[in-house]
Every structure is written in structure tokens, then in C-alpha cells.
Design a protein around this ligand. Structure first.
Ligand SMILES: NC(=O)c1ccc[n+]([C@@H]2O[C@H](COP(=O)([O-])OP(=O)(O)OC[C@H]3O[C@@H](n4cnc5c(N)ncnc54)[C@H](O)[C@@H]3O)[C@@H](O)[C@H]2O)c1
Ligand SMILES: O=C(O)C[C@H](O)C(=O)O
Length: 331
């Protein structure tokens, strides 16, 4: 039996993500939580002829508790999205507190659940989540993930466009670092199968993967950021975690994790000099089975991109850690 939870389920990401989880044969129970409209979304989805049993809760009447109790996987897309001209860091002021309070609920009601953070700025909200879980003595780094799958999805799509490959799903590009602008580092030299990008298109391609989010924010013109592609990516990652828990082997997805606490991560943390970093992780029944280190093989241009990413990440991580210790949770 797998119980999946979406916190922020009535939002632009939350609704299509909940739809994908509802129709997944891997989910038996789906609990939806939001500060508005989650019972309505749950009622709507409950008419779909798939096995998962759907419930929806608001904060009143112990809604967060009822949502989270017995949860195996908790996906968190709660929080405000960007408007044109904003950076993801501009969302910190509001989203940091939202993530802190929701993860406090996780610590209290389902401390063993796998926690997948989508809320931006991911570079800071994941360190906040880690600090909250630590403060409640329930932090298992192998169970906490920053969802960076959209960067991986974009890399496959944009590489396929340039190389003329018909099915972008056949191209796998490891994307490492963080999830914002130049903290996103696509390692195109390690793409599988290997790809040949024309020299005059390489910088543009890297830039498009790093700033793909801005492309959508601009096109939506004030109506938010990526929601449908994010729901696809968030579902892909949640499904990968659930499949690994159910015993499927060999599943690898990049994710932003607390390196010193996961198998294989300590050596990578030393190499990059920051504790939170996205790397390809092999998933297993207990979450991260192994973090893999691709850095020995990368080229000089990618090393330069990494240096820039690490610098930005340090600031973002410190900001999250400081917030979590200075502003204790409200629950
Ligand atoms: N990790 C990624 O790759 C990625 C991609 C796209 C968007 N995002 C981020 O995901 C977040 C959500 O984006 P969206 O477009 O769905 O926004 P949205 O505004 O459409 O939806 C957010 C939802 O969160 C709910 N919410 C607010 N506070 C809450 C709380 N305390 N508890 C529960 N629910 C609460 C809102 O009511 C709303 O329904 C944003 O921060 C956005 O930047 C991340
Ligand atoms: O760009 C954003 O603000 C949303 C998201 O992080 C994205 O990459 O699309």
C-alpha cells in the first residue's frame, strides 16, 4: 500500500500533479492538502476510474495531521510562483515559512516519509527542510529530495531539438548543482548516448537549460511559472521513488540532496565544498541508495560552470540554514 500526499494540491502544479498520481497504478491512497480548494480538487479527481482513494483537506479540523498520517511520499509544491522580473530567491520571504511549517508537520505526523520539495527557491527550501527535520530528531538525509527533474527534462528536450533526435526520452543528460539560473549545470559531455552539439550552439544550449524557467515565466506574462511541465517532472520523480521502494533496481535520477548524509555523498561534498548539491542518485527501498560522482570526467568548460554554481549555492544554502534556526516552526 502506498499513500502519496500533495501539499499545495490546489495550485498550478498541485492539480495536474495530483491528477497524474491519481491515475498511477502505483498509488493506493492520495491525500491532498492546501489552504484553499483541496476538497474540491479531491472530489473532482475521485470520479476518475482508477484505484487510488482520494481525500482532500484544509488546515481546519486537523487537516494537515489527517493528510500526513500514514504517508509514504509527500510532494510539496506549496508556495508562490515567480512573475516576470523576479528571481527564485525573491520567493524566499514567503515560501521559506510555508515550507518550514509544512515540513514541521511531516516531522510530527509522518517522520519516515520520503519528502520531495518543489517549492522555490529549492536551493534554500531543501536546507530549511533538513534543519526542521534535524531539530525534530527525525532527519534521514536519504529521504529528503529537492526536485530538479524539470532541469533534466528540459536538457533532454532542448538537446533533442538541436541534434534532431526524434524521441527526446532517449537522451539522458546529468544536470547537477542547484535549481536556479547559473547554479544549474548540465553536463552535456556525459550525455547518454553521447551527443555532438555544434560549437556555435553550445553556449546558447547551456543558457537555455539554465534559464528555461525564465522562458516560461516570460511567456505566461504574469500568470505564473512552469506548472504542467513541472507536474510531469514531479510525477516522474515521485514515481521513481515509489518504484525503487517497491524493489525496482537501477533507477537513477538527479536530485538535490544533503550529500554528507547519503551513501557515496561525503566524498562529493568534499569535492564541491557545499553540503547540498544535485547529483545523479541511485534510488533504493530506503531512498538514496548511492550518490554518484560524475566530476572526474567532465571537461574544462563544465568545470568553470561548476565553480560559478558552487559560489551561488553557498549563499542560498546559508540563507536557508540561517532562516530555519532564527525562525522556529509554528506548529
Ligand atoms: N522545483 C521546480 O523545478 C519548480 C518548477 C516550477 C515551479 N516551482 C515552484 O513551485 C511552487 C508552486 O508553483 P505553482 O505554479 O503551483 O503556484 P500556485 O500559486 O499556482 O500554487 C501554489 C499553491 O500553494 C498553496 N499554498 C500556499 N500556502 C500554502 C500552505 N501554507 N499550505 C498548503 N498550501 C499552500 C496555494 O494555495 C496554491 O494553491 C512555486 O514556489 C514555484 O516557484 C518549482
Ligand atoms: O522558473 C521558475 O520560477 C519555476 C521553476 O523553478 C522552473 O524552473 O520552471
Amino acid at each position: 500500500m502506498v499513500k502519496a500526499v500533495v501539499l499545495g494540491a490546489a495550485g498550478g502544479i498541485g492539480q495536474p500533479l495530483s491528477l497524474l498520481l491519481k491515475v498511477s497504478p502505483l498509488v493506493d491512497e492520495l491525500a491532498l492538502y492546501d489552504v484553499v480548494n483541496s476538497p474540491g480538487v479531491a472530489a473532482d479527481l475521485s470520479h476518475i476510474s482508477s484505484p487510488a482513494k482520494v481525500t482532500g483537506y484544509l488546515p481546519k479540523d486537523d487537516g494537515l495531521k489527517n493528510t500526513l498520517e500514514g504517508a509514504d511520499v509527500v510532494v510539496i509544491p506549496a508556495g508562490i510562483p515567480r512573475k516576470p522580473g523576479m528571481t527564485r530567491d525573491d520567493l524566499f520571504k514567503i515560501n521559506a515559512g510555508i515550507v518550514r511549517d509544512l515540513v514541521t508537520g511531516v516531522a510530527k505526523y509522518c517522520p519516515k516519509a520520503f519528502v520531495l520539495i518543489i517549492s522555490n527557491p529549492v536551493n534554500s527550501t531543501v536546507p530549511i527542510a533538513a534543519e526542521i527535520l534535524k531539530a525534530n530528531n527525525v532527519f534521514d538525509p536519504s529521504r529528503l529530495f529537492g526536485v530538479t527533474t524539470l532541469d533534466v527534462v528540459r536538457a533532454s528536450t532542448f538537446v533533442a531539438e538541436i541534434t534532431g533526435v526524434e524521441d527526446s526520452r532517449t537522451i539522458v543528460v546529468p544536470v547537477v548543482g542547484g535549481h536556479s539560473g547559473d547554479t544549474i549545470v548540465p553536463l552535456l559531455s556525459l550525455a547518454k548516448p553521447s551527443v555532438s552539439i555544434p560549437a556555435d550552439k553550445l553556449d546558447g544550449l547551456v543558457n537555455r537549460i539554465q534559464f528555461g524557467g525564465d522562458e516560461v515565466v516570460k511567456a505566461k506574462d504574469g500568470a505564473g511559472s512552469a506548472t504542467l511541465s513541472m507536474a510531469f517532472a514531479g510525477f516522474r520523480f515521485a514515481e521513481a521513488v515509489i518504484k525503487a521502494v517497491r524493489g525496482e533496481k537501477g533507477i537513477v535520477e538527479p536530485s538535490y540532496v544533503y550529500l554528507p548524509g547519503v551513501p557515496g555523498g561525503e566524498e562529493i561534498a568534499k569535492a564541491v565544498g557545499v553540503d547540498f548539491f544535485a547529483v545523479p542518485v541511485e534510488l533504493g527501498p530506503n531512498g538514496v541508495a548511492k550518490a554518484t560522482n560524475p566530476f572526474g570526467l567532465i571537461n574544462e568548460a563544465e568545470k568553470k560552470l561548476l565553480e560559478v554554481a558552487i559560489k551561488g549555492l553557498k549563499t542560498n544554502i546559508d540563507k536557508g540554514v540561517e532562516f530555519a534556526s532564527a525562525e522556529p516552526a509554528k506548529l
